[in-house]
Design a protein around this ligand. Structure first.
Ligand code: NDP
Length: 291
């Protein structure tokens, strides 16, 4: 049936994994990628190669896009917009909520529907245990294709605003990328003392995984962030601010990058200036959310 056909545009690591998942489930999968050679293995595995973006759109009513950003979709489909009518575009590429909303209006103007997705799994975990995907946009498009999309991960529909799925996705990546920068910075810091990453990382990651501040956060964080309760019985903003200043000082004398510790220290300085010195560290939220 028409529902068994899927077009996949964008064959990076994510798009390739998606094609294999759809093929394994018995779907007819048409593929297109700017660099055609990236489709070769998938065609050998049973995918159909579209010669042009227009052909890729014509092949299936469901068109999944997995690209670096939304500008890539514009670059690919800009000249093929006459073939958009009646299509549901499921764009699983990262971008800002605003760019996503603009793309939804563009799709609408060409008789297509845009469903926005934010994939919470790396390529190797797609379709597996724990993989989930945020979706936002027209509810009807979501329910129409929910079953096939479930193959990629548990779908979590978060509302009609096309930007909503992107906002949630970016929030997850905010945690992730900031943590990654922190780790890279810490490795650089110990490196100046001749300590290797191999030596340091197991301890650092172990502490992160077991410390009360992190493990208890899903409970204590709700009261702190949702209700503004910062009792000052754990790690106070004053203590953490002093620590942040020590990290900055250590980084300065080690001669490594100081942008990250400066940003962290600024949160505590502003929280303390706003009267939160005796409150828990979570009070930095009050100055972060106010910008
Ligand atoms: P990339 O971000 O490297 O996406 C590459 C794809 O985008 C390729 O098909 C590339 O074509 C295409 N592309 C980029 N710019 C253009 C352009 N201007 N015109 C045409 N095509 C373009 O790879 P991933 O597969 O890793 O990621 C895809 C999306 O999924 C990203 O938005 C990413 O943020 C998101 N994501 C990735 C995860 C991961 O772990 N990798 C996890 C969760 C989400 P070409 O082959 O010709 O270069």
């Amino acid at each position: 049936s028409a529902h068994d056909k899927v077009t996949l545009i964008g064959l990076g690591p994510m798009g390739q994994a998606m094609v294999r998942i759809f093929l394994a489930a018995g779907h007819d999968v048409t593929v297109w990628n700017r660099t055609p050679s990236r489709a070769d293995d998938l065609v050998a595995a049973g995918a159909l190669r579209a010669e042009t973006p227009k052909d890729a759109l014509a092949a299936s009513k469901l068109v999944v896009l997995s690209l670096t950003d939304y500008a890539a979709m514009d670059a690919i489909l800009g000249d093929a917009s006459a073939a958009l009518a009646g299509r549901t575009l499921v764009n699983l590429s990262s971008d800002t909520p605003d760019v996503t909303r603009e793309a939804a209006r563009w799709a609408d103007a060409h008789g297509a529907t845009l469903l926005v997705g934010g994939v919470m799994a790396p390529p190797g975990m797609l379709g597996g245990e724990g993989a989930y995907v945020y979706y936002s946009g027209p509810a009807e498009a979501f329910t129409t294709y929910e079953k096939v999309l479930t193959l990629l991960g548990e779908p979590r529909y978060v509302g009609e605003d096309p930007g909503a799925a992107q906002l949630l996705y970016q929030a997850h990546l905010d945690v992730f990328l900031t943590a990654l920068s922190g780790i890279a910075h810490a490795v650089a810091l110990v490196g100046t003392a001749g300590v290797s990453a191999a030596e340091f990382l197991p301890d650092a990651l172990g502490t992160l995984a077991t410390t009360d501040a992190m493990t208890g956060l899903s409970e204590t964080g709700a009261a702190a962030f949702d209700d503004g309760v910062h009792p000052g019985d754990l790690s106070t903003a004053t203590m953490m601010g002093a620590t942040a200043a020590h990290i900055l000082g250590a980084s300065e004398s080690a001669g490594i990058d100081t942008a990250l510790p400066r940003a962290v220290l600024s949160h505590y300085e502003r929280a303390i200036a706003a009267g939160h010195g005796k409150d828990n560290w979570t009070s930095i939220f009050e100055v972060i959310k106010a910008r």
